[in-house]
Design a protein around this ligand. Structure first.
Ligand code: HEM
Length: 498
């Protein structure tokens, strides 16, 4: 190419890029005429508020910004505008008092790229409503049927205890055995049966989901969510996210094919059977939300939601109970006096075990495993605290600031079960307990998760004492990394049979 032509071409490319940057700047900075946006740090074109967000993880940076700009403020993740809410009162006003307006699902590039909005967690509008209602109904049916969810959890808990006994007091890392066991409960609802702990499918599911939760809680995961198009071009662990998701999806697709081959609509065995039956019923309806991709993605969502969250909370509970042996001993005393040793703890015991209930709540508050919630979106122009948020604005609710709100918890930075006990040592609810979020998008696995946490922890502590390998006071409860999740640091422990 002649030099003159080359120079002209580079000049026009530069002009084009400049115009594009100016356009982005204009779109980023100009408030929509109707909106009155909350204040926030001044964004740079294309980069948004990267400079204010880059020094630490996002949750720490946003929490710091809330101290400067107040409980409602605006930030730009790249060129995407997001309104951030912090503190109990503000988050409650949005998610609970204005639940309808704040019920949209915000943009989450990692998940959106994979699900294309087909699964229930990352869908919006009618599709979300239909899939959510359907999933809740099916989960309920399987919980209240012949083999109730409690029975399933107790059965799975016994398999777990058997596996734990095999450690014979030797040090081990509880991570995978806990997630395999927890995952099996949702697997049995979705696929109709549990897996053996050495089954390749279960090992693959838990390993890949765990790895993805880890990547999404790392700077790579956060960076992908700010600059998805840029990261598409860069090497890094974020690339494994989609391979891993894809492999879990293939496993689900394989199970769906088996289900199709043996389906009897008059006696559905599990979630997949119910979904396939609904698909067949609505086959002629071009607007139906029941089709292969919504089946695969919704199953995928439930598997992801049902595996990593409870497993992570249990690991945090182990760490906390080892760091505070007196708390562990008091829970064991309560188990011994209410349940004794002849049978496993059951859900009906919970009402007579206020201390244990308070400890589990406090673990969830303190561990705060989804610190920024999943992103929400306002479904219409929304007046909120003197601002006007235009329809479609993405909202981050900082659940960490709710759980550490000093107006709600006496010593928010400390682990203290008294936060959930009244003067008579009876269990005391707190409206600021929001690990499952609140409002229309509230976690639909909450009741299942709460049953699992209670039944697993009490069964384990009935049979074993948890012993750290080092001094309890050296246990570090600060998360290893924070992003989508707060991840506890890896650890080993010994189980001493009681
Ligand atoms: C300790 C355990 C768990 C925690 C802390 C947790 C937390 C959360 C949070 C914070 C959300 C976002 C809510 C929002 O957008 O406002 C959520 C949503 C969700 N969770 Fe959970 N979860 C847990 C267990 C489970 C389990 C066991 C399941 C599976 C049955 C599950 C399924 C879901 C689903 C499907 C959604 C999406 C709801 C929607 O968008 O309508 N979760 N969860």
């Amino acid at each position: 190419m002649p030099a003159a032509a080359f120079t002209m071409e580079s000049t026009s490319t530069a002009i084009l890029l400049l115009l594009l940057a100016l356009l982005c700047l204009f779109l980023t900075l100009s408030p929509r005429s109707k909106s009155r946006l909350p204040p926030g740090p001044r964004p740079l074109p294309l980069l948004g508020n990267l400079l204010q967000l880059r020094s630490q993880n996002m949750v720490t940076s946003l929490t710091k910004l809330s101290k400067k700009y107040g409980s409602v403020f605006t930030v730009y993740l790249g060129s995407r505008r997001v309104v951030v809410l912090s503190g109990y009162q503000t988050v409650k006003e949005a998610l609970v008092d204005q639940r309808e307006e704040f019920s949209g699902r915000g943009h989450y590039p990692v998940f959106l790229h994979f699900t294309k909005g087909n699964g229930l967690v990352f869908s919006n509008g009618d599709r979300w409503k239909v899939l959510r209602r359907f999933s809740i109904q099916i989960l309920r049916n399987f919980g209240m049927g012949k083999r109730s969810i409690e029975e399933r959890i107790l059965e799975e808990g016994s398999f777990l205890l058997e596996e734990l006994r095999k450690t014979e007091g030797e040090p081990f890392d509880p991570k995978f055995v806990l997630s395999r066991s927890v995952s099996n409960i949702i697997c049995s609802v979705l696929f109709g049966s549990r897996f053996d702990y050495h089954d390749e499918r279960l090992l693959t599911i838990t390993r890949l989901i765990n790895e993805n939760f880890q990547i999404m809680s790392s700077p790579w995961g956060e960076f992908y969510n700010i600059f998805p198009s840029l990261l598409e071009w860069l090497p890094g662990p974020h690339r494994r996210l989609f391979q891993n998701f894809g492999r879990v999806k293939d496993l689900i697709a394989c199970s769906v094919r088996d289900h199709q081959a043996s389906l009897d609509p008059s006696s559905p065995r599990d979630f997949i059977d119910c979904f396939l039956t609904k698909m067949a019923q609505e086959k002629q309806d071009p607007l139906s939300h029941f089709y292969m991709d919504t089946l695969l993605m919704t199953t995928h969502n439930l598997l992801f939601g049902g595996t990593e969250t409870v497993g992570t909370t249990l690991r945090y509970a182990f760490l906390v109970l080892m760091k505070y042996p007196k708390v562990q001993a008091r829970v064991q005393e309560e188990i011994d006096s209410v349940v004794r040793r002849a049978r496993l703890p059951a859900l009906e015991d919970r009402a007579s075990m206020p201390y244990t209930d308070a400890v589990i709540h406090e673990v969830q508050r303190f561990a705060d495993i989804i610190p920024m919630n999943l992103p929400h979106r306002v479904t219409q122009d929304t007046a909120f605290r003197g601002f006007l948020l235009p329809k479609g604005t993405d909202i981050i609710t900082l659940l960490n600031t709710v759980h550490q709100d000093p107006s709600q918890f006496l010593m928010p930075q400390e682990f203290n079960p008294e936060h959930f006990l009244d003067a008579n040592q009876s269990f005391k609810k707190s409206p600021a307990f929001m690990p499952f979020s609140a409002g229309h998008r509230q976690c639909l696995g909450e009741s299942l998760a709460r049953m699992e946490l209670f039944l697993y922890l009490t069964a384990i502590l009935q049979s074993f004492s948890l012993q750290p390998l080092g001094a309890p006071e050296d246990i570090d409860l600060t998360p290893l990394s924070s992003g989508l999740g707060n991840l506890p640091r890896p650890f080993q422990l010994r189980l001493r049979a009681r």
